[in-house]
Design a protein around this ligand. Sequence first.
Ligand code: ZN
Length: 263
Amino acid sequence: MNIIRKWRTLRILKHYPIPFDIWLEVTKNLPLIQARPVSERARIRLLATLFIHKKTFTGAAGLKVTPEMAVTVAAQACVAILHLGLNSYDGWIEVILYPGAFQIKRDVTDENGVVHSQTRGLSGESWSRGPVIFSWQDIKHDSQQPYRGHNVVIHEFAHKLDMLSGRANGMPPLHPDMSLQEWTETLTAAWQGLLRDLAAHKHTYLDPYAATNPAEFFAVLSEYFFTTPEALKQHNAHLFEQLQAYYRQSPPDLEAFHNKHYA
Ligand SMILES: [Zn+2]
């Protein structure tokens, strides 16, 4: 980091940190943060402070974005990059929040080459080099009960990390100590296994949405990795190890945390 950038970063952290009362009020309801040790929570707060300064938050369809909403998004986004660095979210600036599921109208070309206009309700979407868009209702739901493999914030930011390699294809830029071949073979085998199980109408451990394409597979896997890592490890230890090597961390198990503190 050059001197001016370092000075600016320190200035933001010193003069404009997320107010402690807002931070505590928001994160006490976020198992993704609460299950972490104190030292990590402090680091996530610093990263979230910088995240909020680097990004813009826009409310859509009449939603007014509050500081609490911005902290809810930023804190969980920073869990994913805790050991990757905030630069992993460079190249785009806008986070857009809708009050609920939002409609996106787009043209889809069918197998006969005919273009249809399609409208779908979405809970989140990441655009390459563009905004990340969320339904606030879905963020709230997933953030407070995320221990079953669902967290829309993790999902959309996993797409952002994936897109760092140029396009979303289920392969974010790997670290020098990782094997490209191992990553590809492990994820491809698991994805194809999921496709086979679905074709055979078998019950699948992973959400069938993960079968959509390799990009969705990586995003859904990331949700399991951060919310229910123990179960993911038992389901497929190789897959878990690849995600652990990429994210450079072993997340706490949120289900175990919940049972210990709230059950
Ligand atoms: Zn997705």
